[in-house]
Design a protein around this ligand. Structure first.
Ligand SMILES: [Zn+2]
Length: 414
């Protein structure tokens, strides 16, 4: 058994315990609370959190593991095998930054989730959604020079579906590969060359076909939504989670509140996408519409009490490093969320969006995903924004990063 001693944030109550202890085994947290009075066995190793804070491992609810940029280090970067190795490398960086869970939308995530689960590779726990599905000419139709058949046969991120029958087949195809949920694009987006960001991309019949099929697999559908009309149509069809939600209006937010639909906001990208250098002109023009609208959406959701979960939308390490995934916490504060709300978004609510039980809180019986940062996130979120501030990471009970000193003061520990 191992334990970490020091300041702990209970993300459920929002209370900080200054002199706390979190004891854990290879799978579960055995104790989390005031250190006083908890009897430690002789064989328990106790790590000193120092001036840092003990937190639940962070979760990124919107990732696209492609490995593309890092594949260059391991080969041509063009072959999927190399990209997979690049993605394995990225999993290591993600752990270093304190993220012990990701909800992924890509083909690679399907294989990697199984690799992590079996212990064959080290990484955060992954809930895979398989390839992102959209219409021909829509948000994931990123290569108009290729035919739909070619994209569906060879792409590792996108999957094109048109018409209710094709939609049902596409959903089944993702489940066949091991997807645990279904991700669709209900509207256009910034990076797609042949649509507008407020295009509605599936007909109501198609949306109903997708949602119905996912439900028959005891699963659910989440929808990429930039424009509001597509978000509204998706919500009407029974989509259970909204990604980005850039242009939400009171009408959609009311429906989200009524159906308890969470928002996975991806604010680091939504607020700053217009500043990323090197975009072609058409992409830059689309990007300019994101910041103000996102700020408004987040304000509306907060007012309505909608659960906001953390997502980064990272897909490569060209513009952003996986070591700074935690910058999303800073973006949340920039968008008006309190620091506690931001931490909850990356732990408590993210675990709910992952639909993994007993995760996202430091509590007896919960899974041993534990992080220690080098400051107090309620004072400043800087201390969880970058891997360099993360001192300790246990993922699934396995300590994968530890810069803490062992506590030898037995009078205090025992
Ligand atoms: Zn995305």
């Amino acid at each position: 058994m191992q334990a970490v001693a020091g300041r702990m944030l209970d993300v459920e109550t929002g209370k900080t315990i200054e002199d706390a202890l979190v004891a854990f085994d290879e799978e579960r947290i055995v104790y989390a609370g005031a250190r006083e009075g908890y009897p430690l066995g002789e064989d328990t190793q106790v790590w000193d959190a120092g001036s840092g804070t003990i937190l639940p491992g962070f979760i990124d609810c919107h990732a696209h593991l492609t490995g593309e940029e890092d594949a260059g280090e391991f080969g041509s970067g063009k072959l999927f095998g190399d990209q997979l190795i690049g993605a394995v490398h990225q999993l290591g960086l993600i752990l270093q930054s304190g993220f012990t869970g990701i909800r992924d939308m890509s083909e690679a995530g399907l294989y990697l989730s199984r690799g992590v689960e079996r212990g064959a590779i080290q990484g955060p726990r992954i809930v895979p959604g398989g390839r992102v599905m959209g219409i021909t000419s829509g948000h994931v139709d990123l290569a108009p020079e290729m035919s739909k058949a070619e994209i569906n046969a060879h792409d590792h991120l996108s999957y094109l579906i048109d018409g209710p029958d094709d939609c049902v087949r596409g959903v089944r195809e993702q489940f066949r590969m091991g997807a645990k949920f279904i991700k669709i694009c209900a509207t256009g987006g910034v990076s797609s060359p042949t649509d507008r960001i407020d295009d509605v991309q599936f007909s109501p019949e198609e949306l109903r076909a997708i949602v119905g099929e996912a439900k028959r697999h005891h699963s659910y559908v989440t929808a990429h939504c930039t424009g509001y009309e597509g978000a509204y149509q998706a919500l009407l069809a029974g989509v259970e989670c909204i990604e980005h939600g850039v242009m939400l209006t009171p009408r959609e937010v009311e429906l989200m509140a009524k159906n308890d639909v969470p928002l996975v906001s991806t604010l680091e990208i939504s607020l700053h996408v217009a500043n990323i250098p090197g975009f072609p002109d058409w992409m830059h023009k689309k990007a300019l519409q994101c910041r103000e609208n996102s700020l408004r959406s987040v304000a509306l959701c907060r007012e309505a009490g909608i659960r906001i979960a953390l997502g980064t939308d990272y897909s490569n390490s060209k513009n952003t490093s996986y070591l700074t995934l935690g910058r999303e916490f800073l973006a949340m504060e920039e968008a008006g969320m309190t620091r506690l709300e931001a931490v909850r978004a990356g732990t408590l609510y993210a675990a709910q969006v992952m639909r993994v039980q007993d995760l996202g809180v430091l509590k007896e019986g919960y899974l041993s995903d534990i992080v220690v940062c080098d400051g107090d996130p309620l004072e400043s979120l800087e201390c969880i924004s970058d891997a360099k501030h993360i001192r300790f990471v246990a993922a699934g009970g396995r300590v994968v990063k530890n810069l803490l000193k062992e506590k030898t003061d037995s009078a205090v520990a025992r």
